[in-house]
Design a protein around this ligand. Sequence first.
Ligand SMILES: O=C(O)CCC(=O)C(=O)O
Length: 280
Amino acid sequence: MNGLDPRPANDQIMDRPNPASAVPLLESAASKPIAENSELATVLSDHGTLLYRDALPPRAMEEMEHMAREGFQRLVDHPDICPSQHEFYSQYRSVIPFPLDVHLGTNFLQVLALLGHSPILPILERYFGTDDLVVPFGSMLARYVEPRSGDAPVEWRQDGYVTESTRLVTCWIPFSPCGFAAPGLKIALPSPLRIIDASEFPDRTADESRWHIWNPVCRRGDVILFDPFMLHGTHFHKQMRQPRYSLEVRVTSSEFVRDLPAERIHYIYDFSSGNITEAS
Ligand SMILES: O=C(O)CCC(=O)C(=O)O
């Protein structure tokens, strides 16, 4: 006996609601950081990802979850509110929240202000080497992942490939506790593919045993950061019973935002001023 668990990886994952892994799993209270921002920015650039616990107020996230639940229900019940976003939702289980917010009665943009006052922003400032950081709205997604839907989960992908930019950091913000009872995120570590090429994971039959797959279990208030190279997707298994609502906020600097394709921008949120401007 070599001490290794002989069962298939997926069964083992079921047993580990909070897997302690070799990944940079950083647990911290927002008011009492366990490391300097510069160290966390280094973790992000060296490892490509980090989980920051308690970065955002959990009560606010719970309110967002209620808002998201009602908003998505409205979209499903009344596809005519915004046919293009309904079609997008049917295909990808996500929507571009702005300006759809206006139709759905949601206000996911509140999260941007919370993020701007959270310990996440200084990490990103160190990472990008500037405090001139922005969010291009066309790259932001609000997501509703049903349990046991079977067809909804996102398969392996790199955000850089999808967004056509290697300068975006994704802030993955769950409104619902997830990763165990509700679908979470799966991240392939380490990420030796430092090129934009998802061919290593061509389809659902990809050989995951060659990778260390991290399935973080998240509470409300946690934020996962990952760079455009990280291979990731929806962590999902049939025993999950709860739905998950979440928001993906992609951050870049005002210098790099202009390199994005126009459909990834639309509007720009500026963290320093709190202003939204329409992209020209
Ligand atoms: O939330 C998920 O299930 C997948 C998210 C994703 O693919 C992304 O954030 O790019």
